[in-house]
Write a protein that binds this ligand. Structure first.
Ligand SMILES: [Zn+2]
Ligand SMILES: [Zn+2]
Length: 354
């Protein structure tokens, strides 16, 4: 054997021995990795990483009622001046918001755009994470259109046994009885929050037969974000979004839902085909959303509540057409995304789940 051959052979032997040792100690190594991951997750301080002068828009649910492995249903959270405002909390969004590391103890309120179930089914898990995770002493405050009181009353009833079990188990200091559940305030279009320089304005949009359905605009220190809610073309939205830094717009691509309807036809599913053909009427196409962004003078257009919520490479197809109607920056949002509006230039982007 050559000298080189002997070196290779002994190096291979060493590698095999090291691999054997790692294999024998695999449980110890896995435990160390677990300890490090837990320490990092529990010690994570997302707020410390946020510019306190910026307006932060967090995408805690970018999906719709159509089931998706990647997208929770409707949820957008805005962090301004140390306070957190949640707009809608669809299924899965409580979990997503918690995983993003945003401070649930700073929630001032949850503002519902309308009472379609994909906008409130995440409220139970969100309330639990806030209550138990931050030892909240007041119920989660809901604001929304007529009927919000029914949602609060129903959830309070449904979660009552769970709350009793948790108080009995962890004690009232950790889960204060006063912090369990929900309160409801019914709101009308107009200013619905005005405190410490933060102003939230509700406006009625077009989502018939769902009435009323609201969009919201939040203003703080000369920066603003406007949320369309679920809506077809709406002049009220264009008016409310005048000059906004960021227009977060719902979107349904009718060409793609028609392909879904045709597939349902072919496979003998007429009821699903009808639903796929009903829904474009009360949502906005990419072109309509683009027009709203242009007409309002919005500085950026972000799509959320995306139908269909196709995986990344297909998203080009889903938002196609918006860029012919709006010349500014356009982004199709993903769960976990954060846009930070600093007041100059395009909002800064990062994802808190990647
Ligand atoms: Zn809706
Ligand atoms: Zn919806």
């Amino acid at each position: 054997m050559t000298k080189r051959g002997r070196i290779i052979l002994s190096l291979s032997g060493l590698l095999i021995a090291a691999a054997g040792l790692a294999y024998a100690k695999r449980d110890v190594l896995l435990m160390r990795a677990y300890e490090r991951a837990v320490d990092k997750a529990i010690g994570r301080d997302v707020v410390a990483s946020l510019d306190p002068k910026a307006l932060h828009v967090a995408f805690c649910g970018t999906g719709s009622p159509l089931p998706s492995r990647d997208r929770a249903a409707a949820c957008t959270a805005i962090f301004a001046g140390g306070k957190l405002f949640v707009f809608d909390a669809g299924e899965g969004s409580g979990k997503t918001l918690s995983l993003m590391g945003l401070p649930l103890g700073k929630i001032e309120g949850v503002y519902l755009t309308h009472l379609h179930s994909d906008h409130f089914e995440g409220l139970g898990p969100l309330a639990l994470q806030r209550w138990a995770g931050t030892s909240a002493t007041t119920p989660l405050a809901l604001f929304g259109p007529a009927g919000t009181d029914k949602i609060a009353a129903g959830l309070n009833l449904a979660y009552q046994p769970d709350s009793q079990f948790r108080i009995a188990h962890h004690g009232p200091k950790v889960v204060p009885p006063s912090g369990y559940g929900f309160t409801a305030t019914m709101i009308q279009p107009g200013v619905v929050y005005d405190k410490d320089g933060i102003r939230i304005t509700a406006f009625a949009v077009h989502h018939d037969p769902v009435t009323p359905a609201y969009g919201y605009r939040l203003d703080w220190q000369g920066k603003s974000v406007t949320l369309s809610g679920d809506t077809a073309q709406s002049d009220a939205l264009v008016k409310a979004a005048k000059g906004t830094d960021l227009l977060v717009h719902e979107m349904l691509n009718p060409k793609l839902t028609e392909i879904m309807a045709q597939a349902a036809d072919r496979h003998g599913q007429p009821n699903r085909a009808k639903i796929f053909r009903d829904i474009p009427g009360y949502h906005s196409s990419p072109e309509v959303a683009g027009d709203a962004a242009t007409a309002s003078g919005a500085k950026m257009l972000a799509f959320s509540h995306i139908v269909p919520g196709a995986p990344g490479p297909l998203m080009r197809l889903v938002i196609a057409g918006a860029d012919k109607h709006y010349a500014g920056p356009i982004r199709a949002m993903r769960d976990g995304d954060l846009l930070s509006i600093t007041g100059t230039g395009t909002p800064q982007y990062r994802n808190l789940l990647d």
